[in-house]
Design a protein around this ligand. Structure first.
Ligand SMILES: N[C@@H](CCC(=O)N[C@@H](CS)C(=O)NCC(=O)O)C(=O)O
Length: 210
C-alpha cells in the first residue's frame, strides 16, 4: 500500500504544502487525498482521518501520523537513503531548530500574510511586527546558506525538510510583493524553481481558477 497524504486546498494550506514537499523529497510514490477546507463537511471529513481535524495527515500501514513536523520526521526515518535532513550532526540540529522556529513562531507573518499562492498584491502597509518576522526570516536564511549552503541553492545546499518548511514563507514574500535583500530574493527564486513546488503552485492556480 503506498503512503497516502491528506492535504487541504493547495492555494491556502501551507502546512499541507510542507508535508507534500517532504514527501516529494523521499522520491517514493504516494497517493494524495484532498479535503477542501472551509466547506460545511470539511470538519467531519478531516476528523475521519485524524483526531486533530487538521491537515496534513499521513496515512501509513500502521495508522495516521498528523502534524507536519511529525510527518517530516517519520518520512526521514522511513527513507533514510533520501537524506531529508542535511548530512552532519550540527547541520541537522540547525535545520531542526529553524523548522521548530517556523512551526511554533512567526505568528505576525502568518496571520497578516496568510498563504494565498494565487495572490500578487502587496499589503497596504506592513505592520512593524510583520516586518520584524520578515527580517528574522531573511537573517535565518542567510545564516543557513552561509554556513551550510555551499553545495547548492537551498538552505543546506541540497533540498531538505528545512526548505519544505520555509517554502510557504518564500511564497508569501513573493505573493505579497515584499521587498527583500538580494540573498533572500535569490532564495525565493530557488523555491519557485524547485520542480515539486512548481507542480503544487500550478495546481493551486488551477484550483482557484476552478
Ligand atoms: N501544527 C499543524 C497545523 C495544521 C493546520 O493548522 N492545518 C490547517 C490547514 S493549513 C487546517 O487543517 N485547518 C482546518 C481546520 O482547522 O479546521 C501542522 O504543522 O500540521
Amino acid at each position: 500500500m503506498p503512503l497516502k497524504l491528506v492535504i487541504g486546498d493547495k492555494n491556502y494550506s501551507s502546512w499541507s504544502l510542507r508535508a507534500a514537499l517532504a514527501m516529494d523529497l523521499t522520491g517514493s510514490p504516494y497517493e494524495e487525498i484532498k479535503v477542501r477546507l472551509y466547506q460545511p463537511d470539511s470538519r467531519s471529513q478531516l476528523l475521519s482521518h485524524a483526531p486533530t481535524g487538521k491537515v496534513p495527515v499521513l496515512l501509513t500501514e500502521e495508522g495516521p501520523v498528523w502534524d507536519s513536523l511529525a510527518i517530516a520526521e517519520y518520512l526521514a526515518e522511513r527513507f533514510p537513503e533520501a537524506h531529508l535532513w542535511p548530512r552532519g550532526q550540527y547541520a541537522r540540529a540547525l535545520a531542526r531548530s529553524v523548522c521548530a522556529e517556523m512551526h511554533s513562531g512567526f505568528m505576525a507573518l502568518r496571520s497578516h500574510m496568510s498563504m494565498d499562492l494565487a495572490r500578487d498584491q502587496a499589503l497596504a502597509e506592513i505592520p512593524a511586527e510583520v516586518q520584524a518576522d520578515i527580517d528574522r526570516v531573511c537573517r535565518l536564511w542567510a545564516d543557513c546558506r552561509q554556513r551550510f549552503g555551499q553545495d547548492g541553492a537551498f538552505l543546506f545546499g541540497h533540498a531538505s525538510i528545512a526548505d519544505a518548511f520555509f517554502a510557504p514563507v518564500a511564497a508569501r514574500l513573493r505573493s505579497y510583493r515584499v521587498a527583500l535583500p538580494e540573498a533572500a530574493a535569490a532564495y525565493v527564486d530557488t523555491i519557485y524553481q524547485w520542480p515539486a513546488f512548481g507542480r503544487w503552485y500550478q495546481a493551486a492556480l488551477e484550483e482557484v481558477q476552478g
